[in-house]
Write a protein that binds this ligand. Structure first.
Ligand code: UDP
Length: 252
């Protein structure tokens, strides 16, 4: 099998702020979301974000296995992030590794404050995030899809969680880093917001930034999250609109 050697682009961002994929510093990659496409799951969402393809499925509230993990006063929230072997440029060895264990924890903790777990005592809510194709930013794509899958499952929530990454490339703060920027940029900050209150439920900083750059990055993340939130809400409305149309057609 040929080894894929990635080359650092000569210029990550031009003096005019043009990025390797042609975007400006503030531009998001296109986001498309579909909800409720897995009939065997209680809730699901499929998300395309740039080159990322992410499927999230929710099962629950359901019986807890193994039984000893049951929590008497609230639901047990479990989360699994998994990258398909074909999701990366080089085949990824199937099964969990350190990164996927960490990302499962990160995604779970980003979602945790949004769910009224105490309304489902003694049950389990299982969230599966499957990365079918990865193109930088899979954890934020995973959180964004998983929150919608929870809503689609009818789980009672304080509100949706929306996640987006911002980064630094030289002196530029950029929204939604692409693969080149993720790989060779100077800093990467995934952020998740509980959108009702704009409460931050995930914030990671990977690389140095000045206070000023950090403040700007957070402000841009908040603005970008507002845009993605609109796409999420639209995706939730769509299946119900289809049902309404169906009812209208039947003349009820
Ligand atoms: N990646 C990869 N192989 C791996 C892990 C990651 O090709 O085993 C790529 C993938 O495109 C991913 C990117 O590196 O989106 C950045 O990974 P990171 O760990 O920063 O997480 P992410 O940005 O996806 O949340």
């Amino acid at each position: 099998m040929p080894l894929i050697v990635e080359k650092k682009p000569e210029v990550l961002i031009t003096e005019d702020g043009i990025r390797t994929d042609g975007r400006g510093p503030l531009d998001l990659r296109p986001v498309k979301i579909q909800v409720g496409l897995l009939s065997r799951a209680d809730g699901s969402a499929y998300l395309e974000w740039g080159g990322n393809r992410v499927l999230a499925a929710v099962f629950g509230p359901r019986e807890v296995h193994p039984k000893h993990m049951t929590l008497p006063d609230r639901a047990l929230l479990r989360c699994r992030y998994n990258m398909a072997p074909f999701s990366t440029p080089e085949r990824k060895r199937p099964g969990p590794d350190r990164r996927s264990v960490e990302l499962s924890k990160v995604i779970r903790e980003a979602l945790l404050p949004s769910i009224f777990l105490e309304r489902y005592p003694g049950t389990a809510i299982d969230v599966f995030v499957e990365i079918l194709r990865s193109d930088a930013g899979t954890r934020v794509a995973g959180v964004t899809a998983a929150s919608l899958a929870l809503a689609d499952a009818g789980i009672e929530m304080r509100g949706l969680v929306t996640a987006v990454a911002v980064g630094r490339v030289g002196d530029w703060v950029v929204v939604d880093p692409n693969h080149d920027e993720d790989q060779w940029g100077d800093a990467d900050i995934p952020v998740a917001f509980l959108m009702e209150e704009k409460e931050i439920t995930l914030l990671q900083l990977d690389g140095p930034m000045t206070q000023e750059q950090f403040d700007k990055a957070l402000e841009l993340a908040s603005q970008a999250a507002d845009l993605i939130y609109e796409v999420q809400k639209e995706a939730l409305r769509r299946p119900y609109e289809a049902v309404r149309l169906e009812i209208l057609r039947r003349g009820e």
